[in-house]
Design a protein around this ligand. Structure first.
Ligand SMILES: C[S@@+](CC[C@H](N)C(=O)[O-])C[C@H]1O[C@@H](n2cnc3c(N)ncnc32)[C@H](O)[C@@H]1O
Length: 470
């Protein structure tokens, strides 16, 4: 691979000849392909036996497990993922292996339920991994400021299906104004992308020393802006997919010194071949191709210093706010059968003509967020009002909170499932009851159709339609 000359000079100096040579050799080999199973939607047996559609009808098999993430697996080659209904059902997520390290970090440092923010979250690779690793009873906000990327994040989080998630389309300054406070913040900041050189030709083309400096400045601005949203004693997880120390070690040292934080060591196994700091002594983690099987990644964990009193005051303030919001809610409870569509008790809210269900314990946070943030998805979208009817939403079909008895089900075969995801008409058996029917593939919900008897209207979202011709 031809690399920019000034990148080579700087990186050789930073890493030393041995590491740099190994990195360059690895960049001339293909990227490993890996996926991470959704533990809320798959059983052990499914995970062990799952294969993936290849070209010409062959099936692609799993090879090794990703050492630092229980649900992560490498594949023998790249499948045609779009042609796998199980991907669209949220049974797994396609993610390069190094990024799955977030699973290990969360399990190591988050052992109690928390409120967490993933600030730079699209398309949702780390967010879905975080949601799988967080203790149950945690609430996860995930955010992306770029609109079209935020929509992809929202789609991926709905497919993942966990109800204790709020997806927003905001800048860090909007969060700073919101008064919302978090125990854990992940900042997977926009960066110069050197770690993606092998996967993304644009990353090489757009690279320049000036861009590295611009990224460094933006990263500091992002962290400084979001810092007040982190409780004292809370954890900031900082990551990039770049190698240079300006965006990595130097920024960690800057955050620790200027904002007041301690850098925490993440225990790792020797066999994982993770590289430590290349500058200074802070205990940071680097994934270098040639050493670890995946792309380039940098990750560090910091604990915010400061009086725990501040955290206590925040808790009291939040409890007060919750009480205030609760008083306002009672009139919003619906009286209808829609409640039976879900397994657990929730609070319902109309957002224009859409009915949103929020797990009860998070209702106050949701209401506070609605005042300051642009919410794209929260909890479970139950459906859209159409006259007296409520048309069930795709988010409900994909949610792990959906009650299994709520709708009649139609199990599609492989070809029918692809036709459904392509938004084509599907033919239901004559004995299928009229009304809304849940379409499943290998038992996994894909979405709804409305069965009119003579035909069935396909309710799969237009924007999510698979684009490959069948
Ligand atoms: C490295 S990517 C995130 C990848 C994601 N965490 C994942 O694992 O799938 C960084 C994201 O930050 C977003 N971003 C850009 N400017 C930002 C800003 N000022 N504040 C927060 N996020 C920003 C980018 O649009 C991009 O989606």
């Amino acid at each position: 691979m031809t690399l920019p000359k000034s990148f080579e000079d700087y990186t050789l100096q930073l890493m030393g000849a041995e590491r740099f040579t190994r990195l360059c050799q690895a960049l001339d080999t293909p990227s490993p392909v890996s996926i991470r199973f959704n533990p809320f939607k798959t059983t052990n047996e499914e995970r062990q036996s799952m294969t993936f559609p290849g070209h010409d009808g062959e099936r692609i098999k799993q090879t090794d497990k990703v050492s630092w993430c229980n649900e992560g697996h490498y594949l023998e080659s790249r499948p045609v993922f779009t042609l796998d209904p199980l991907l669209h059902a949220g049974a797994y997520y396609v993610q390069e292996a190094s990024s799955m390290f977030i699973d290990h970090v969360i399990r190591e440092y988050v052992t109690e339920p928390v409120k967490m923010l993933d600030l730079c979250a699209a398309p949702g690779g780390k967010t879905t991994a975080v949601r799988a690793a967080l203790p149950e009873g945690s609430l996860l906000f995930c955010n992306e400021p770029v609109k079209f990327r935020a929509n992809i994040l929202s789609e991926n989080m709905q497919k993942f299906g966990h109800p204790e998630v709020i997806v927003t389309n905001n800048y860090p300054k909007d969060y700073a104004r919101s008064g919302l406070r978090f125990d854990v913040i992940l900042a997977d900041v926009p960066c110069s992308g050197e770690g993606m050189f092998r996967k993304d030709e644009d990353a090489v083309r757009l690279w320049s020393p000036q861009n590295v400096e611009k990224c460094r400045d933006l990263q500091r601005e992002i962290i400084e802006t979001i810092w007040p949203c982190l409780n004292a004693g809370g954890i900031l997880i900082y990551s990039t997919c770049t190698y240079n120390a300006k965006e990595d070690e130097e920024n960690i040292a800057w955050i620790a010194a200027n904002l007041g934080a301690d850098v925490l060591k993440v225990p790792v196994e020797d066999g994982w071949n993770i590289t430590g700091p290349l500058v200074g002594n802070n205990p940071v983690c680097r994934f270098l191709p040639g050493y670890t099987m995946g792309e380039g990644l940098f990750m560090a964990v910091l604990r915010k210093r400061g009086e725990q009193e501040e955290a206590k005051e925040n808790k009291v303030r939040e409890a007060r706010q919750r009480k205030k919001e609760k008083g306002k809610q009672d009139h919003q409870q619906p009286t209808t059968a829609y409640q039976q569509w879900l397994k657990e008790p929730v609070n319902f809210h109309w957002v224009a003509d859409r009915l949103v269900a929020m797990p009860q314990q998070w209702d106050a946070y949701y209401l506070q967020a609605t005042k300051y943030l642009h919410i794209l998805h929260a909890g479970i979208t139950i459906g859209t009002a159409k006259g007296k009817d409520l048309v069930p939403d795709e988010s409900l079909a994909l949610s792990t909170a959906l009650s299994t008895e709520a709708f009649p089900r139609w199990e599609a075969d492989y070809h029918e499932a692809l036709q459904y995801l392509h938004r084509e008409a599907v033919a239901l058996p004559a004995e299928m009851p009229k009304g809304y029917v849940l379409v499943t593939y290998q038992g996994h919900p894909l979405g709804f159709v409305k069965n009119l008897g003579s035909r069935a209207n396909n309710l799969y979202p237009k924007e999510w339609k698979i684009k490959i011709a069948l």
